[in-house]
Design a binder for this molecule. Structure first.
Ligand SMILES: Cc1cc2nc3c(=O)[nH]c(=O)nc-3n(C[C@H](O)[C@H](O)[C@H](O)COP(=O)(O)OP(=O)(O)OC[C@H]3O[C@@H](n4cnc5c(N)ncnc54)[C@H](O)[C@@H]3O)c2cc1C
Length: 414
């Protein structure tokens, strides 16, 4: 069988790993220039790998398979140096959060680091190249996919028996084109995560950072919305992220250079029901409104007290922002965010303060907007010859889940 694999990211790696010893001929089409290209694959920042049944995607993946892929990636580093940790395995912490109404998320955590991730991708590629049935085509962006009889045509030229789409989130243009032609592929598209990036001095969360590095909890707030923490960065930095027509906020941590603050996202999952079908439109309108108030390419920064009481922030007090000062404007996020979202976030932070005193200090910092878009969830049973793996399928949101998804789809095909 001739199979086209579009994209060479985490999901494609899992797919090829299973397929490489089969009789199938695999052609990998990757839009980036080469394996060294900075744009190749979602596997290029940080590389926190998790083994967890509670996060990483909306599908079930055996823990043993997840661990198998963690080991696989670690074994493809040059010297196997990694940081590890366990979230909420300590019963005392678990109980403390649970008794205050939080759902702690348990996971094993392995940190490969940005530099080593590059090595990993390169080493895996070098291994795949040694298999005669695997063919790589770089600088090959796929823009169109057509069915011609029982065959599949890419960009109106190459013909294959099957196509496997593994384009991640950056491949949304191709996915949108496919969905336009085959709308029956969509099985769910109603969710968006809206929220803020929260920044506070390290010492307030020092114990938690030491214990588990990445602390993840969910909480059902008084509004009915579930709010969660995401992407904790001890001694980290807040950054902005520019999309085509709006700017949002994000955070990261470096191995060597450290700040005095910890930042994490506080996100509200908004799930709307029919006839609503445009979560990306909803999220981006809120982002644009925030940018309109802040100025082009800027985000809004406010103290927690003012955020809670809807007052414009004009001065800061003890917490010094790690975001560069030409990237934010002091203001009032309440002018851009719906009330229900603000109330959910405030309820979350005030309750978190009961477990971690100091989290709700009035001069802690709130940046907005932070938005996480979900891909449409696609139904992989729609076509026998066309499959979607990894983040573009809507089923995964992490390196390990995407890789395992690719592997499982290949296993079914084999
Ligand atoms: C900044 C950032 C940090 C992250 N950090 C982590 C982390 O620490 N831990 C974690 O588990 N997850 C992390 N993630 C998420 C993780 O990267 C993804 O969940 C994972 O990479 C998804 O794998 P994928 O194969 O579906 O897509 P990707 O890994 O994104 O691969 C998709 C590939 O398809 C190519 N492509 C796109 N469109 C086309 C096209 N039309 N034609 C040809 N090729 C195309 C892209 O160039 C890319 O190489 C992070 C994501 C981001 C953006």
């Amino acid at each position: 069988m001739r199979i086209a694999l579009v994209g060479f990211g985490a999901a494609a790696i899992g797919f090829i790993e299973k397929m490489k010893s089969s009789n199938n001929e695999i052609h990998v089409f990757e839009k980036s220039k080469d394996i060294y290209s900075s744009s190749i694959s979602g596997m290029r920042a940080d590389g926190k790998l998790f083994v967890s049944s509670e996060m990483g995607g909306d599908m079930f993946i055996e823990m043993a398979l997840q661990k198998q892929f963690v080991d696989y990636f670690i074994n493809h580093t040059n010297n196997q140096q990694i940081e590890t940790g366990k979230s909420f395995y300590n019963k005392e912490y678990y109980k403390q959060f649970y008794e205050s109404g939080f759902q702690p998320i348990t996971s094993d955590f392995y940190h490969i680091g940005t530099d080593q991730l590059k090595e990993v991708l390169y080493n895996i590629y070098e291994n795949f190249k040694t298999f005669k049935n695997i063919h790589f085509h770089f600088e090959s962006e796929i823009k169109e996919i057509d069915f011609s009889g029982d065959k599949i045509k890419l960009n109106n030229t190459d013909v294959f028996d099957k196509a496997v789409i593994a384009v991640g989130r950056s491949g949304h243009k191709l996915i949108n084109n496919i969905i336009k032609t085959y709308p029956k592929l969509i099985s769910d598209n109603t969710k968006v995560d809206l929220g803020i990036r929260y920044e506070l001095p390290d010492h307030i969360v020092e114990e938690l950072n030491k214990e588990m590095y990445e602390f993840k909890v969910k909480y059902k707030t008084k509004t009915g919305y579930v709010v969660r923490t995401f992407c904790n960065n001890p001694s980290g930095y807040v950054v902005t992220e520019n999309y085509d027509d709006f700017t949002t906020v994000n955070g990261h941590a470096k191995i060597r250079e450290k700040s005095k603050n910890t930042n994490f996202a506080v996100l509200t999952t908004v799930k709307l029901t029919e006839p609503f079908n445009d979560p990306v439109g909803y999220g981006s309108h809120i982002a644009k409104l925030s940018n309109l108030l802040a100025g082009k390419n800027k985000v809004i920064l406010q103290t927690y007290d003012h955020f809670k009481n809807s007052r414009r922030t004009k001065n800061l007090y003890r917490v010094i922002p790690t975001l560069e000062n030409d990237k934010y404007i002091l203001g009032d996020i309440n002018l851009a965010f719906p009330r229900r979202i603000i109330e959910s976030i405030v309820d979350f932070i005030d309750n978190l303060n009961k477990v971690i005193p100091g989290v709700a200090n009035p001069d802690n910092l709130v940046y907005a907007p932070e938005i996480k878009f979900y891909s449409n969830t696609l139904n992989n049973d729609t076509f026998e010859t066309l499959k979607f793996i990894g983040d573009c399928s809507g089923a995964t949101r992490s390196i390990i889940y995407a890789t395992a998804h690719g592997y499982l789809v290949a296993e079914k095909m084999v």
